[in-house]
Ligand binder design. Structure first.
Ligand code: GLV
Length: 325
């Protein structure tokens, strides 16, 4: 008998087809929003869940689904899942690391360049028909080349971002929970480990690549923003909640920070409406990994994890291997 799985959100048709060969599938190709109760009702008799980073998999939901064996999250981040509760319940949880590193690093640079060189703001101005003549000071921005790039959170994506800075002749500073081995620092464009405060003070451009957790909630708030240069650019491609958005809005409004490039927000997609008033913020709808090949690779990775795990083997990207003991 085929195991039963729930696919919480619309997926590429080939993923649905592949999973249907292995499992009895309940899908959501209309991408309907499900309440927590609806999710619990649909998941109740399923052994597997294919989720995105947008579904909250709480301890309550886990307790309501005693048959559940595997949660395959199609994202590298997994702060949407109560991992401890899943582990206590003996449920395997997997994510999709690595396949998105380079694409997400590319996008961090897209946001950095757009924010520092005022691409969104100047394009809106041009589209509004305001371009009448040349002026010496039209949309002056900050240079990237030769500047100091700060990276907060130096995992695989942070390192991929750092490698790209070579072409811009930048000095790279980083802060991380633990310092990288020297060989990895060298490969990451000779990145130099510094304390968080020094990073904030010295960076001309700061990119956030931290995982979100209770420990990193508001890692960048009013106090941290106050340490940054008023000419600096802040980029967040990590998770909403790492930045205190109200504090960032105040800093951008008062030009205590020059610009921000933001792909993630607190309470997204219902982000703080005041961001829309700020010309010095480039805003994108959580699309850091959204290239055609990478989203296909992430979906295939999540499907692999689900198929392997429900065949009784250890899935390649198991986040809670302790449940195997
Ligand atoms: C996207 O935000 C991810 O975690 O993969």
């Amino acid at each position: 008998m085929k195991a039963k799985i729930l696919i919480a959100r619309a997926v590429f048709p080939e993923v649905l087809e592949r999973l249907s060969q292995h499992f009895e599938v309940e899908a959501n190709q209309n991408d309907e929003p499900w309440s927590a109760e609806e999710m619990a009702r649909r998941l109740h008799n399923k052994q597997g869940l294919f989720s995105s980073a947008n579904e909250r998999i709480s301890a309550e939901l886990i307790a309501a689904c005693p048959q559940l064996k595997v949660i395959a999250n199609m994202a590298v981040g997994f702060n949407n899942i109560d991992l401890e509760a899943a582990t206590r319940a003996g449920i395997m949880v997997t994510n999709t690391p690595d396949v998105l590193n380079e694409t997400t690093a590319d996008f961090a640079w897209a946001l950095l360049m757009a924010a520092a060189r005022r691409v969104g703001e100047s394009e809106r101005w041009l589209r509004a028909g305001k371009w009448q003549r040349w002026r010496y000071d039209t949309f002056l921005g900050a240079d990237l080349h030769g500047a100091t790039l700060g990276i907060l959170g130096m995992g695989r994506i942070g390192q991929a971002i750092a490698r790209r800075s070579r072409g811009f002749d930048m000095q790279v500073l980083y802060h991380n929970r633990t310092r990288l081995p020297v060989a990895l620092e060298a490969a990451a464009s000779q990145a130099q480990y510094v304390g968080k405060e020094e990073l904030l003070r010295r960076a001309d451009h700061l990119i956030l690549v931290l995982p979100y957790s209770a420990a990193t909630h508001h890692a960048i708030g009013a106090a941290e923003l106050a340490l940054m240069k008023p000419t600096a650019t802040l980029v967040n491609i990590a998770r909403g909640g790492i930045v205190d958005d109200a504090a960032l809005i105040a800093a951008l409004r008062q030009r205590r920070l020059a610009a921000a490039g933001l792909d993630v927000f607190e309470n997204e997609p219902a982000f703080h409406p005041d961001f829309l008033q700020l010309d010095n913020a480039v805003l994108t709808p959580h699309i850091g990994s959204a290239s055609v090949p990478t989203r296909h690779a992430m979906a295939a990775c999540a499907a692999d994890n689900l198929i392997v795990a429900l065949s009784g083997q250890i899935p390649p990207n198991l986040l809670n291997p302790q449940i195997l003991q």
